[in-house]
Design a protein around this ligand. Structure first.
Ligand code: CMC
Length: 380
């Protein structure tokens, strides 16, 4: 008889399995640190714009002033959507999950992209810029459609973050809002081999194109155990009347075996480094927007969950109140995560193409071997 230890073991959820090499980002789960190409996130946060972080991920270093200006201009110039895709957004049912619409629209963009059929590096660089720019346009345009307002064109004189806010809300952000959108986008850019990043690398490893790979990533991000947790965190906050109700509410959830959305992480065993920056933004923005009660409830939840379970908030928890204070409806929170992570996904897709090997693991078969075919009338 075969020895138990010699049998292949299934690693459920691929936990701790090293499935790819990357020089894009590193998550240190023990120390609670995140690095983009060697730069500690705390070094970048608050002083590095989204475009600079994207340049770092895509081209290997932070840009010079001239490189940044050129990169920004090229992104803004790619923000326009093909008319057919803009029309498609108008056909989506108003109550459709914005992540479903975004996933569908990004997939549809592939049919209209002039470089759609090419996987050459130069074509992929053009597609990368176009896709990053168009993703944010889709999100903003969908919100404008929901608000029965005209879709807006970006302002070439300003930043990616300000344009996102402007095309979403129809007004330019104030200084704090601008800083907040830029920082939220910068903080979500990349995060090692998150489930959505793995999904897009699997797709890219078949040499399917960039649009297909991004559609895989978007489909994966949508789930409540991944990017969908920020929307779920806000649904929870809305059910709690005030800080005094927090203990009872959380204890009830835990007693029912429910998960507190926005808490826990597969890799971090201590505080997620993004939390510090989001908590700070949430506090300032909620005060400015008259939503301090939501931030206060969040801080109480953080304390109670830590006391009961020793768990820390992840990126999705304070992202909820931060986005609420930016006037973003909760159904759109995950799309904002996606607008940013598109940069990381694109970097991973190109890294995969540059040194590709088909990702095709194997499985442990648990079925039988003695099936006997019978004519259809003799089955059952
Ligand atoms: N609330 C309550 N209990 C939890 C939670 C939570 N949020 N997260 C983990 N646990 C418990 C879990 O029940 C289990 O307990 P026990 O050992 O008694 O059965 C223990 O902690 C270990 O959980 P696990 O499911 O083995 O851990 P995991 O590494 O598979 O889970 C996770 C990671 C993110 C899926 C999980 O923490 C979770 O479901 N969190 C809530 C959803 C969420 O916030 N997702 C966002 C993830 S981070 C950003 C992103 O990817 O978008």
């Amino acid at each position: 008889m075969e020895h138990e230890a010699a049998r292949p073991q299934v690693v459920r959820g691929l936990e701790k399995v090293i499935a790819a090499e990357t020089n894009l980002s590193f998550v240190d789960g023990e120390k609670g640190e995140l690095f983009y190409r060697g730069y500690n996130l705390h070094e970048l946060a608050g002083r590095t714009s989204f475009e600079e972080a994207v340049h770092l991920l895509w081209y290997g270093d932070l840009p010079t002033r001239a490189q940044l200006d050129a990169f920004r201009t090229s992104l803004v110039s790619e923000m326009r959507l093909p008319t057919q895709v803009a029309d498609m957004l108008k056909l989506a049912p108003p109550n459709a999950n914005p992540m479903v619409v975004l996933r569908t629209a990004v997939s549809a963009l592939g049919m209209f992209d002039p470089d759609g059929g090419s996987n050459l590096p130069e074509a992929n660089d053009r597609k990368a810029r176009r896709l990053l720019a168009q993703t944010s346009t889709i999100i903003a345009a969908l919100h404008r459609i929901h608000m029965k307002q005209p879709i807006l064109s970006p302002d070439p004189r300003t930043t990616f973050a300000a344009n996102f806010f402007y095309t979403f809300h129809g007004r330019m952000p104030d200084e704090l809002e601008h800083k907040a959108v830029d920082t939220v986008l910068m903080l979500h850019c990349d995060h090692g081999l998150a489930a959505s990043t793995f999904a897009c690398r699997v797709c890219a490893s078949t040499l399917a194109g960039m649009h297909s790979s991004l559609a895989s990533a978007l489909a994966t991000l949508k789930g409540p155990l991944h990017g969908g947790a920020n929307t779920k965190a806000m649904e929870m906050l809305e059910e709690i009347e005030g800080p005094a109700q927090v203990e009872e509410y959380i204890d009830g959830m835990l007693a029912d075996g429910k998960r507190v959305m926005g808490f826990g992480h597969r890799v971090y065993k201590t505080e997620d480094p993004r939390t510090r920056h989001l908590r700070e933004l949430s506090s300032k923005l909620c005060e400015q927007a008259g939503l301090s009660h939501l931030h206060d409830i969040s801080e109480h939840i953080e304390r109670v969950v830590h006391e009961r379970k020793g768990m820390f908030p992840n990126v999705d928890f304070y992202s909820a109140t931060t986005q609420a204070a930016l006037g973003i409806p909760k159904a759109f929170y995950t799309t904002v995560f996606a607008a940013s992570r598109t940069a990381g996904w694109i970097a991973h897709i190109r890294e995969q193409y540059a040194d590709n090997r088909l990702i095709r693991p194997t499985s442990k078969y648990t079925g039988g071997f003695d099936g006997k075919w019978r004519p259809i009338d003799q089955r059952g």
